[in-house]
Design a protein around this ligand. Sequence first.
Ligand code: IMP
Ligand code: MG
Length: 191
Amino acid sequence: MSDPLTAHRLARDLESVLLTQDAIQSRVRELGALIDRDYAPDDEPLLIGILKGACIFLSDLLRAIPRHVSLDFIATSSYGAAVHSSGQVRLLKDLDKPIEGRHILIVEDIIDSGLTLTYLKRMLSARRPASIRIATLLDKPSRRKQPLTPDYVGFAIDDLFVVGYGLDFDERYRNLPMIGVLKPACYQKMV
Ligand code: IMP
Ligand code: MG
């Protein structure tokens, strides 16, 4: 197999690789099987992807769930060019359809403070879905400001700012197939 640090040109900007493409793919397949097992045979969950970071995880997770599912998206305000949340969550794009009576699975790239998902969970609960669960690829439990426990977690990680597989720094690096930590020089170039 090729060296993960040279397999993608942008991977040269990584100081370290935290999760390889293979590790991510096999965990996503496991999550898909777990999710499928947890819903009743006739349930058709609505997966709600949080744009933009969750789009790559969502597209792989979707194909790992061997039953009918529907898809919708929500967008919240992003960090911009900062590595820490402003603490303010704003809704930029709402769902296309009502969710009353539906089984909702919110799909997120990473949970940090928990503010985004606490806000979204409260907002969506008010619309009376049949259930709400949360699947996140990454979790940074040590950074939590709101008590929030996701139902499905790909990997719990330390308090590091990571990029790749949908996760960005200032809109870049989402297209890296692996997840890693940027070299300090790559932040400095942009701020
Ligand atoms: P929370 O509201 O603090 O839980 O923030 C969650 C959002 O912050 C995620 O959906 C990401 O968009 C962003 N985020 C948090 N940590 C990271 C990171 O390490 N890399 C890239 N984005 C991050
Ligand atoms: Mg996000």
